[in-house]
Write a new protein. Structure first.
Length: 247
């Protein structure tokens, strides 16, 4: 190794910036180089964003039209009130809420079906199997002499299991091979997906219930709210309607 390369490999002296002299502290904070770098990056980021906005405004199509322009207005450059409820009657608002409720119920049903399919693949959740194993015999005598443990070639302890029912030869050969790292990762990801979908299903069902309660509360008849949404486990308010005799 040459002497010049050896000198470059050795850590040199660390040059530090001097601090603010005590007699100049009254003038304020002394900006260091790292502070300047942060301030310059923030300035250039904002400058680039403004440049992009100027280009969009310059190349904007003046003949562009959206139907939302007819129902919206700006106050001081800020959009105000895209939807005016005064334009719709009570019946129209109830109809829109009904359509929204049906859409949310449809999404909840989709999540419910996906949860069922995932739960069927992740079969060791401790739940009872939906299907049954039916064995056909020739008569009552064979039915009395039927031994499920011998028929399925598995010990008595494994008969009630709906998954991974090993045979006696497999138990005698030794313990089952462990899952690989990739299989364990996929299994954990599947359980996590099932948990997330069940949580989303519960949220959608709760939203559908709240929308149903709101729709009923907008209907005719005198009612009084006896429980707030925060006090109810379902997250929906509870109303009590006045008893009226129907003709």
């Amino acid at each position: 190794m040459s002497s010049s390369t050896y000198k470059k490999a050795i850590q040199g002296r660390t040059h530090k910036e001097r601090s603010q002299p005590s007699d100049r502290k009254k003038l304020g904070f002394l900006e260091k180089h790292k502070d300047y770098v942060l301030r310059a990056r923030d300035f250039h980021k904002k400058e680039k964003a403004l440049q992009i906005l100027r280009e969009k405004a310059e190349f904007r199509n003046k003949d562009e039209f959206y139907f939302g322009m007819e129902r919206s207005r700006t106050v001081g450059g800020v959009h105000v009130g895209d939807l005016d409820r005064s334009e719709y009657t009570q019946e129209q608002i109830m109809l829109m809420k009904t359509q929204d409720k049906k859409y949310v119920e449809m999404k909840a049903q989709v999540e419910r079906n996906r949860c069922d399919r995932l739960r069927a693949t992740l079969h060791n959740l401790g739940e009872a199997p939906a299907n049954k194993h039916i064995v056909f015999v020739d008569g009552e005598a064979q039915k009395k002499d039927f031994d499920a443990s011998e028929y399925f070639d598995t010990p008595q302890d494994y008969l009630d299991r709906s998954f991974h029912r090993p045979r006696r030869s497999q138990l005698e050969a030794g313990p089952a091979p462990k899952l690989s790292k990739t299989q364990r990762r996929r299994k954990a990801a599947a359980y996590k997906e099932l948990e997330q979908r069940e949580r989303r299903r519960d949220e959608l069902e709760g939203a559908a219930l709240r929308m149903s309660v709101e729709k009923e509360a907008m209907g005719k008849g005198r009612k009084r709210r006896i429980q707030k949404a925060s006090q109810n486990r379902a997250g929906a308010p509870v109303y009590r309607f006045k008893k009226e005799r129907k003709k």
